[in-house]
Design a protein around this ligand. Structure first.
Ligand SMILES: C[S@@+](CC[C@H](N)C(=O)[O-])C[C@H]1O[C@@H](n2cnc3c(N)ncnc32)[C@H](O)[C@@H]1O
Length: 208
């Protein structure tokens, strides 16, 4: 019974997501929400013991939001920034304890200041970075680099072989990253990348 209900909910997510993709393919960036395995892999990139806020960019239907909560992030420490009004409305109903901020990732610094959020230990992004025009991608990543604390991490997935943060841009913003895994059980399969500030970030020797 519970399994049936959860399957129906997932099917509805898939339909809602697909309809939003039809309306704004470039912004939504995928035809289906993240699968459970991908969401769990993203959440695994975060140190749940460290203090600080976790910012989710582009939560969509909330698959990653749920995985972050399941991994032990307290709802009060999670702030989800989404620009699609329909997704925001659904996320507020589904995750009443999580702060859902309707807004542009490019304006992250201003949004977090307005919400009184800080320091930030992690940014988990489902944004379609490689679909964005270069100026927008640069603006989003500059905002992320500006809010991340010294030990902070940016966790980002991508569907291609290429790094989600182009090497030159990462170097300019002081973000060093590496692919931490592939999730084949996702449609399409996805690569998870973790970025930290500073070229000598521990464990991130293979620069993107
Ligand atoms: C690939 S989808 C996210 C999928 C999500 N993980 C899920 O499972 O439903 C990307 C999301 O990023 C949002 N988005 C795209 N560009 C954005 C921006 N500049 N600022 C905030 N949200 C954005 C889209 O509205 C969409 O919900």
């Amino acid at each position: 019974m519970i399994q049936q209900m959860s399957r129906r909910l997932r099917e509805r997510d898939e339909i809602r997501f697909f309809l939003q993709w039809l309306r704004r393919p470039g912004q939504v960036g995928a035809v289906a929400p993240s699968g459970r395995a991908l969401a769990a892999a993203l959440a695994a990139g975060i140190d749940t013991e460290a203090s600080g806020a976790v910012i989710e960019l582009g939560p969509g239907t909330g698959r990653v939001t749920k995985a972050l909560l399941d991994a032990g992030i307290a709802p009060a420490d999670l702030v989800a920034v989404e620009r699609n009004a329909s997704f925001c409305e659904m996320l507020r109903r589904r995750f009443p304890g999580v702060r859902i901020v309707r807004g542009e990732a490019r304006s992250l610094e201003r949004l977090l200041r307005r919400e009184g959020v800080g320091p930030v230990k992690a940014v988990v992004s489902s944004l379609p970075l490689l679909n964005m025009p270069p100026a927008q991608r640069r603006a989003v990543l500059s905002a992320v680099a500006a809010v991340l604390g010294d030990d902070g991490v940016l966790v980002q997935y991508t569907y291609g072989q290429a790094a989600p943060v182009p090497r030159a841009l990462g170097a300019e913003l002081g973000l060093t990253g590496r692919r931490t895994g592939w999730v084949l059980a996702n449609l399409p399969p996805a690569a998870v990348w973790c970025y930290r500030r500073g070229a000598s970030a521990p464990g991130l020797s293979r620069a993107a």
